[in-house]
Design a protein around this ligand. Structure first.
Ligand code: SF4
Length: 250
């Protein structure tokens, strides 16, 4: 037997865990800040995935994005915005015509009601301009806190809250940033550890990460830049001494 064949195989740089923990350990603000720093480096182009040129377009696109992919919404909106370029034009739309134009985004009857209700309210109560406050936005038909946060953060640059969608819910839980499952409580936990000027960006970072690596079915922890800090990681880096370094900063 050659010396090469008898040599012990090299130890892997990490140990593995079979399943995600049901209750990941909570992390503090210093770890949250390090998450943000690394995610910003990993996703320098993280931004809103809904195509838009102004607040009206973003509001319409966000309403359409309920239970639908952003890619699908972006296929529908160019024609829609050409036909209805502002809230006044949308308020005059025939419901059937609107339904046909947005059918492929799903739930098109409810979405048509929301779009028409929103457009009428914007015309009647805000002189056709999309309002810039959480209170005014959430009083528009079909507009909840999540939609309002999207518009305030991305169209107006106002960090009023953090958008909590399915990716933000899953990834923030795995990262130990929250134990809540309700969107309002998750947002309350996140705003405590994320600096306000990063609120809008932060949700884009988690959404990008949730799509690329921390996917729903089985996260790709071995490719994750946060795996040495994340309390849910399926791969736990091992230091040169053979001890796990999980939970410690690099
Ligand atoms: S290590 Fe990364 S991919 Fe794995 S659970 Fe944590 S955040 Fe998700």
């Amino acid at each position: 037997m050659s010396p090469r064949a008898s040599a012990a195989p090299p130890k892997p740089p990490f140990v593995t865990r079979k399943a995600l923990p049901k209750k990941p350990k909570q992390v503090g603000r210093d770890v949250a800040l390090e998450y943000i720093r690394r995610l910003e480096a990993t996703y320098p182009d993280a931004k809103c995935s809904l195509d838009h040129n102004d607040a009206y377009q973003l509001l319409v696109a966000t309403i359409l994005s309920a239970q639908c992919t952003d890619v699908r919404v972006n296929m529908v909106t160019p024609d829609l915005f050409a036909r209805f370029p502002d809230a006044a034009a949308l308020a005059d739309a025939e419901p059937e015509d609107l339904e046909n134009r947005i059918k492929s985004t799903g739930f098109f009857r409810n979405k048509t009601k929301s779009l028409l209700g929103m457009a009428h309210a914007v015309v009647d109560q805000h002189r056709g301009e999309i309002p810039r406050t959480m209170d005014e936005l959430t009083h528009l038909p079909g507009v909840g806190r999540k939609t309002a946060n999207v518009v305030l953060g991305n169209a107006f640059g106002i960090n009023e809250g953090i958008v909590v969608d399915t990716h933000v819910t899953r990834v923030s839980f795995r990262l130990g940033l929250t134990r809540a499952t309700d969107a309002v409580k998750i947002e309350q936990d996140l705003v405590k550890v994320v600096p306000r000027e990063k609120w809008t960006l932060f949700s884009h970072l988690l959404i990008f990460h949730g799509r690329a690596i921390c996917v729903a079915r089985r996260p790709l922890c071995e490719q994750c830049p946060l795996c040495d800090l994340c309390p849910s990681s399926l791969v736990i880096p091992v230091s040169a001494s053979g001890r796990s370094t999980a939970g410690k900063r690099r």
